[in-house]
Design a protein around this ligand. Structure first.
Ligand SMILES: [Fe+2]
Ligand SMILES: [Fe+2]
Length: 290
């Protein structure tokens, strides 16, 4: 990870491009698409249930400040950020519907999760929601960075599902600073920023564990001990956990900015691979029927 004290200037950061994405799922996409393993697959499925509601929460938290943003470039980035996140939510919903053939109820879990998220965050102030969004955007960016940096993890995923996660990871990196920059422009404090990171991380981890446990139970795989150990090991063996942790802790620095980590090379490396599945802004979102 190339971490600088200096910040990549706004003009030199990658453009935030909302891309339509044609998910290449089909009959050859296996039930256990990650490492051929129930635990890792259902961990990713749990995240896929969290994303649609989470992305809409991020969009509404940032849009609540849209009129107060004065910097014209940041205003433009807010619009691009909202467009990207909306498409991410739609595509994860489409993926979750595709899994319905396995009878796991992921589409319903996705709706239930969003309802719970809206209820539990209702009493938070506007600024706390923005701080929570900036914190979770950091988490999604470092997880995306770790995925792009760890070919060994990429190799363990079926290519059709990998494309969805690579596309999402790339766009999370492109827009990683938007919520953070809005929070800074609104004068948000350091304490609220790191406090929300800790709270949001615990909330995200707890949600993922609960949803994953439900999925494993429904799939009769909860007591698959070998799969559990393989799931734990993969993050350590491949270096994924170490890369993600190095990125995570950066957020505690008082002078932190997301673009102190320059991941433009990673984007340049992987965007052409994903490019064949994105239809540009004119294309229609499309599911390839199974
Ligand atoms: Fe996203
Ligand atoms: Fe995001």
């Amino acid at each position: 990870m190339n971490t600088l004290r200096s910040v990549v200037p706004r003009a030199q950061r990658p453009d935030i491009q909302p891309r339509n994405f044609d998910m290449p799922l089909g009959d050859d996409t296996p039930r256990y698409f990650a490492n051929n393993d129930p635990y890792l697959t259902h961990f990713m499925n749990a995240l896929s249930c969290i994303f649609p509601g989470g992305e809409r929460f991020f969009v509404s938290s940032v849009l609540a400040y849209q009129k107060q943003v004065t910097d014209p470039e940041l205003k433009r980035q807010v619009r691009q950020f909202c467009a990207q996140e909306s498409i991410h939510g739609q595509q994860h919903e489409a993926f979750n519907r595709w899994t319905e053939k396995y009878g796991l109820g992921m589409a319903e879990m996705t709706k239930d999760y969003e309802a719970i998220l809206l209820k539990t965050s209702k009493r938070e102030s506007k600024l706390s929601k923005l701080a929570m969004t900036a914190a979770l955007e950091h988490v999604t960016a470092i997880l995306g960075h770790a995925l792009l940096s760890t070919p060994e993890v990429q190799k363990r995923m079926h290519p059709s599902v990998l494309q969805l996660w690579m596309w999402h990871a790339i766009e999370e990196i492109e827009h990683k600073a938007v919520a953070f920059d809005v929070y800074q422009e609104m004068g948000g404090s350091y304490i609220r920023r790191v406090g929300q990171l800790l709270g949001a991380t615990m909330g995200l981890a707890l949600s993922a564990i609960i949803l994953m446990t439900i999925l494993l139970w429904r799939d009769r795989q909860l007591f698959n001990v070998r799969s559990f150990f393989r799931f734990i090991l993969i993050f350590w063996e491949t270096g994924y956990a170490a890369t993600a942790w190095r990125g995570y802790r950066e957020y505690f620095r008082r002078d932190f900015h997301p673009w102190q980590t320059d991941d433009r090379d990673l984007l340049n490396t992987y965007l052409p691979d994903v490019g064949k599945y994105v239809g540009g802004n004119q294309g229609r979102l499309q599911e390839v029927s199974a």
